[in-house]
Design a protein around this ligand. Structure first.
Ligand SMILES: Nc1ncnc2c1ncn2[C@@H]1O[C@H](COP(=O)(O)OP(=O)(O)OP(=O)(O)O)[C@@H](O)[C@H]1O
Ligand SMILES: [Mg+2]
Length: 321
């Protein structure tokens, strides 16, 4: 019943459809990403579960052999554990090449050392994550891509970037257009024919298009779903509610709310956490989603599910609210 309700959310979405699993560290993001991926795969879809979380638990649970390489895990189910340090290196290189192509004058101040410096600047790593995310969005090889996201604060910064970039790039384009037209007018006055075409402007426009496309995919309910996971405790629930608020601000559709590791009331009573669990659950499960939304409760099981089979067996005890 609960599984059908969950799968029904995806019956008429566009493919590839991206599901972003979010939540505080340790609440079961990776576990839920695997569970959802396996359920979608068992329903006949080709699914990739990709973890951007550097805790690398996807690799551990699914026994992946290497990082940054997609592996077939079972039937239609594929998985990849991203190690972001590779992308950070690639990004540094690509900036170094781009800078020397677009601004040959920079040769005087060694471009590589400039890039070495920016590598540690705030936002650089976020940009690397955004590139990975963008690549996952562009991969047409799957029906569904379930993304296990990094810690909440970092995820917020990554998901805020496309909008911010679009804003900055629009302004940069306006400035560059003024420079190019001024140059043209000055050249004409001096009797020199000058091309209006400008490589910097072209690059900016290309970047604008890339971020516009990503933003439109991220905010389209047909292409993106966010799943918010929490355990029934105050801090994880607080973070989950903040996440729902953030997603609605950036226009990403939260369609799944999961309360994971819920203890039976009797056990919660013995452990002295019954009130806290009840209060937290009620806050989480009464959270408002922007549209149709499935709320799930997954009980705490005796043995931590650290294999695909163990994660899949959670499906039989999932309940909807
Ligand atoms: N329903 C459950 N019952 C019992 N243990 C669970 C359940 N769900 C997850 N776990 C266990 O809780 C721990 C945290 O789960 P998981 O690794 O999926 O969380 P996470 O949010 O991805 O954490 P991290 O931020 O560390 O990556 C793991 O040991 C996992 O096996
Ligand atoms: Mg994890």
């Amino acid at each position: 019943m609960a599984v059908e309700a969950l799968l029904s959310l995806f019956s008429d979405v566009e493919r590839p459809h991206v599901i972003l699993t979010t939540g505080k560290g340790g609440v079961g993001k990776t576990t839920f990403s695997i569970l959802l991926g396996a359920l979608l795969a068992d329903a006949g879809n080709k699914v990739l579960v990709a973890s951007l979380d550097q805790a690398m638990h996807l690799e551990e649970y699914l026994k992946l052999r290497s990082r940054n390489k997609v592996e077939r895990v079972d039937g239609n189910l594929y998985a990849v554990q991203v190690d972001i340090s590779d992308e950070v290196k690639r990004l540094g290189k690509s900036y170094s090449i781009l800078l020397s192509q677009l601004m040959p004058g920079l040769k005087v101040i060694n471009v590589d050392s400039v890039v070495d410096m920016i590598k540690h600047a705030p936002g650089f790593e976020e940009e690397a994550y955004l590139r990975e995310l963008s690549r996952l969005y562009d991969d047409k090889g799957y029906d569904f891509v379930v993304i296990d996201t990094p810690p909440t604060g970092l995820t917020f910064r990554i998901l805020s970037l496309p909008r911010l970039y679009r804003f900055w790039i629009d302004r940069l384009i306006a400035i560059r257009e003024r420079i190019v037209s001024l140059r043209y007018v000055i050249a004409r006055t001096a009797g020199i024919e000058r091309e209006l075409d400008d490589p910097v402007l072209r690059k900016l426009e290309e970047q604008r298009e890339t971020f516009e496309r990503l933003l439109s995919s991220m905010t389209s309910p047909g292409r993106t779903t966010a799943a918010v996971v929490a355990t029934p405790e105050p801090l994880p629930v607080y973070e989950a509610l903040k996440t729902i608020e953030f997603m609605s601000e950036v226009g990403i559709n939260v369609k799944i709310v999961v309360a994971n590791r819920v203890l039976p009331a009797s056990l919660a009573e013995v452990l002295g956490v019954r009130r806290v669990q009840e209060d937290s659950l009620s806050k989480l499960l009464s959270a408002k989603c922007p549209g149709p939304c499935v709320k799930l409760v997954i009980p705490q099981v005796d043995k931590a599910p650290h294999t695909l089979e163990a994660v899949k067996s959670l499906a039989s005890s999932v309940k909807t609210v």
